[in-house]
Design a protein around this ligand. Structure first.
Ligand SMILES: *[C@@H]1O[C@H](CO)[C@@H](O)[C@H](O)[C@H]1NC(C)=O
Ligand SMILES: *[C@@H]1O[C@H](CO)[C@@H](O)[C@H](O)[C@H]1NC(C)=O
Ligand SMILES: *[C@@H]1O[C@H](CO)[C@@H](O)[C@H](O)[C@H]1NC(C)=O
Length: 431
């Protein structure tokens, strides 16, 4: 009689033997002289990587002994967070300690007691602003970069990163403009799988060299940490980067349109453009993802801010934003927080209709739902998952004949009109 445990052990043994075999094959192939080109190597590595990831998905609930070895252990030393003056920018990532004790100052306060658990947690650790860097790529910004694309992602969404690398996130030079891509990650939020996820991410980074990872857990409230970590990272390493596109890993991005827009707006100082909300109200409905208790934000409106799904800013402004954000307490919604930093600088973000980061709410049964001519005219559209993204990418980049020439550079963009012409309905969620 075979017990469940024995079955599991057997399954694991098969899995590990397979993995070991695959790794040996890859290493053998890699180091043999049979590889005719880098592309071959990349293709083989990608296949192996996808295979491992698929296996892990299948094994998701399985038991892992210490097969992958220990996960990285950051070197600990004592660092205090200091407010960094804009003229004293670090020249390397200077945070070495992950440890940060909760701020018990709140616990005696009446209003704190009545907060929901997640907000209590947020406040107790709000003063922990910076964490060590686990994977770094300073070389990405070593030469002049015209457009740096940075994409927020989490370890398990490897398929999104994969598709982005093949589509809009492809590193290339378009009409002399150098484009680079990086993914911004924290650590796995799945405690049991953390070590395995970490190993896979290391392998992914070994293949592609495009992952920046910091030692904080990826979670919704920690997106603000990702925001300030990126600004600090950018200020440290990217002095020669002209523009940044920052966005989510589930959007459709039209890079030629970004370049066209930037080309037509070269004289704009403090450029910050996206799907900007003016006078948005904090959400007070407890079940909403964006709920904010009165105790955390008392004002009736947020400053203007751009949806975090995708926006553009210039490099010098990003460096100023790093300094401005240093003067503020962290806020649990990352894009609102960035709006607060912009307010400190007295910079008003520009609203542009080619950014649709709050999604398109279109009649689902309508064929026009996924009209490629519409996407050809856009800069960012939320929300696109891998298979749809590839299909739309192919359509938009085919010899598509669209009835109307759309001028992206125009400040009052005609995407809306086009959409109306196409007969589809376009609406935004009320905030
Ligand atoms: C807690 O309050 C004390 C006294 O006001 C202050 O010095 C300290 O910095 C506070 N702790 C944190 C983590 O903010
Ligand atoms: C944010 O990350 C830190 C460091 O990993 C973790 O201690 C904290 O619980 C996270 N916060 C939230 C709200 O997830
Ligand atoms: C949605 O589109 C379908 C097909 O075009 C149409 O029959 C239906 O009436 C539309 N629904 C709404 C609410 O507009």
């Amino acid at each position: 009689m075979i017990t469940r445990e024995q079955k599991q052990v057997y399954k694991n043994m098969v899995f590990y033997s397979l993995m070991f075999f695959t790794v040996v094959v890859v290493l053998t192939v890699m180091y043999s002289a049979n590889i005719s080109s880098i592309q071959d190597l990349e293709r083989i590595e990608r296949q192996t990587y996808m295979k491992i990831m698929a296996e892990v998905d299948l094994q998701n609930k399985g038991f892992y002994p210490n097969f992958w070895g220990d996960s990285m252990q950051p070197v600990l030393s004592n660092t205090e967070n200091t407010v960094i003056n804009q003229d004293q920018r670090p020249t390397a990532w200077d945070i070495c300690s992950s440890s940060c004790s909760p701020n018990h100052n709140f616990t005696s306060l009446e209003w704190f007691e009545h907060l929901e658990f997640s907000f209590k947690q947020f406040l107790l650790y709000r003063h922990c602003r910076y964490f060590p860097i686990i994977m770094n790529h300073p070389e990405k910004c070593a030469e002049d970069v015209d457009l740096l694309m940075v994409i927020k992602s989490v370890i398990t969404q490897y398929d999104r990163r994969e598709v982005i690398r093949q589509t809009w996130g492809k590193e290339q030079v378009i009409e002399g403009k150098r484009i680079k891509t990086l993914f911004l990650l924290g650590t796995s939020s799945n405690e049991e799988e953390r070590a395995n996820h970490q190993k896979l991410l290391e392998y992914e980074d070994y293949i592609y060299g495009d992952i920046i990872q910091w030692d904080f857990m990826d979670s919704f409230f920690n997106l603000t940490l990702k925001e300030i970590h990126f600004l600090k990272w950018f200020s440290t390493y990217c002095g020669n980067t002209r523009y940044i596109f920052k966005g989510d890993d589930d959007v459709f991005v039209n890079v030629p349109n970004i370049l066209e827009y930037l080309g037509a707006n070269v004289d704009l100082k403090d450029l910050f453009v996206g799907h900007v909300l003016f006078k948005a109200k904090p959400i007070r409905i407890k079940t909403n993802k964006y709920y904010i208790p009165q105790a955390l934000y008392k004002k009736t409106h947020y400053p203007p801010y751009a949806g975090g799904g995708g926006f553009l800013m210039d490099g010098p402004l990003a460096r100023k934003l790093y300094g401005a954000c240093e003067t503020l307490e962290l806020y649990p919604i990352d894009d609102v927080f960035l709006g607060m930093c912009l307010e400190v600088l007295q910079v008003t973000p520009i609203k542009h209709n080619a950014f649709k980061t709050f999604g398109l709410v279109i009649n689902k049964s309508s064929k026009l739902n996924r009209e490629p001519c519409f996407f050809k005219a856009m800069i960012v559209v939320h929300k696109f998952l891998p298979p749809d993204l590839i299909n739309m990418w192919k359509l938009v980049n085919s010899d598509l004949v669209c009835s109307q020439k759309i001028e992206i550079a125009q400040s009052n963009f005609e995407g809306q009109k086009t959409m109306e012409k196409l007969g589809a309905e376009l609406s935004e969620p009320t905030s």
